[in-house]
Design a protein around this ligand. Structure first.
Ligand code: CMC
Length: 392
């Protein structure tokens, strides 16, 4: 193996030092800057979490007010961005549109973003947190064929996002406070999870000194996959396929079959090995949203039963496979009115807070180097070039 440690998937490599998020996978603990996720979800709001992740401390009343004000006054995207959307296929997946449109933001804020200047880094962070709901809502509206809805800055962050997604012309739209509080808590739950694949991607992209908006676009691309943020869409698809509780054993058997590539979606985690605290909180939010929207969702019963059936099965307990964040989030977002294709876009808008905090921490770190893993080369040794006429 030569000079390097071979660690596929980096399961035992620490890529950085960080003060942002702490996970104790054996105890099911998640702390943002030392504060338990349960407390932040119970008492705070998403912009408070953004402030905490970015600056390391909970804001005072004054700091919170200023931060909310700054974010609120950057929610618009340039009108040219709206035209940029028109180039996408009408039926594009919202995450495809997000990858493109977040990347396009780098064109709008390239010359004005000097990453060596902390003030400009802060401005870029605020812009990203502020514009992500607008960009995600536009991606949704574009795929429905409805006109874009501009942000309304007297609303709070979550309500503004819901309104930009669900308000339609000529109809009064009132944000349900239960749903906006639920959305706010969903955003807190998704805000950071230390060095997950997409955060590592943002750090790796950023380590070359690249434009931060382009780095966040790289994070969005990584998040899309079904092993990561795409699991929320995949989990709902799986629950719909299972359809009713009596088909659960069949799917559990498939998940255990070594010759079947099928996995339980929304199950398992690289770090959480007793349970994922976010899944518990999400299950409670899901219950509340189903009640508030009077949705009698039989798939929620399938999900609860699947969780219990897996907990009784040695395969899943021995491999420490439990529901993760993505298991109940799809059901919750669906009850709020989102189509499955939007689930991961909601995840992306929330995780932007973590991505930008991770990026900021990395850029400010003087020991920072370009991320450049090594490899174990297993290809040919040196050989002689063969002229095309003599190749067989
Ligand atoms: N269903 C059935 N078996 C599983 C599952 C699952 N969901 N997850 C892991 N296993 C098995 C796997 O087959 C392997 O068995 P063996 O040791 O016999 O080969 C063992 O458990 C360890 O799995 P792994 O793939 O080596 O574990 P990992 O840490 O590389 O992967 C994971 C973690 C989350 C990618 C994986 O559990 C998975 O694919 N889960 C389904 C997708 C999912 O829900 N992803 C969301 C993750 S949480 C939120 C987020 O990050 O977006």
């Amino acid at each position: 193996a030569g000079l390097f440690t071979y660690d596929p998937g980096f399961s035992s490599t620490a890529s950085c030092e960080s003060k942002i998020t702490y996970i104790d996978g054996d105890e099911g603990v998640l702390l943002y800057r030392g504060y338990p996720i349960e407390d932040l979800v119970a008492h705070g709001d998403f912009l408070e979490t953004c402030y905490l992740l970015l600056y390391g401390e909970l804001p005072t009343v004054r700091q919170k007010h200023d931060f909310d004000y700054r974010v609120t006054h950057h929610t618009m995207v340039h009108e040219q961005m709206a035209r940029f959307y028109q180039g996408f296929r009408r039926d594009s997946h919202p995450m495809a549109v997000m990858v493109g449109s977040v990347g396009a933001m780098s064109a709008f804020y390239h010359d004005s973003t000097d990453i060596a200047d902390p003030h400009q880094r802060t401005l870029a962070s605020i812009r990203m947190i502020a514009k992500m709901p607008t960009i995600a809502a536009m991606a949704y509206k574009y795929t429905t064929g409805q006109p874009f809805v501009y942000p309304k800055n007297d609303l709070d962050y979550a309500s503004n996002f819901l309104r930009m997604c669900f308000s339609v012309p000529f109809e009064e739209y009132k944000v349900d406070p239960v749903l906006s509080r639920a959305m706010d808590r969903i955003l807190i739950l998704h805000a950071d999870n230390e060095q997950g694949a997409s955060s590592s991607t943002v750090r790796l992209a950023g380590s070359s000194g690249a434009n931060p908006f382009a780095c966040i676009a790289a994070g969005v691309a990584c998040l899309w996959g079904p092993a990561h943020g795409g699991a929320n869409e995949a989990a709902l698809k799986m629950l719909a396929e299972i359809g009713k509780p009596d088909r659960i054993p069949e799917f559990l058997a498939r998940a255990k079959d070594p010759d079947d590539p099928f996995r339980l979606m929304g199950f398992g985690h690289r770090v959480y090995k007793s349970y994922d605290p976010r899944a518990k909180l999400m299950r409670d939010i899901c219950r509340e949203v189903l009640t508030a929207t009077r949705s009698d969702d039989r798939l929620f019963d399938v999900a609860l039963e699947l969780e219990q059936a897996a907990a009784r099965d040695d395969y899943f307990t021995e491999k420490k496979l439990f529901p993760n964040l993505d298991f109940y989030s799809g059901l919750t977002l669906r009850a709020m009115g989102f189509p499955p294709a939007m689930f991961t876009a909601v995840f992306a808008l929330a995780r932007t807070a973590g991505w930008i905090a991770q990026w900021t921490e990395m850029i400010a770190d003087p020991s920072q180097k370009i991320g450049r893993p090594r490899q174990l080369y297993t290809g040919h040794t040196r050989r002689d070039y063969v002229d095309m006429k003599r190749r067989v």
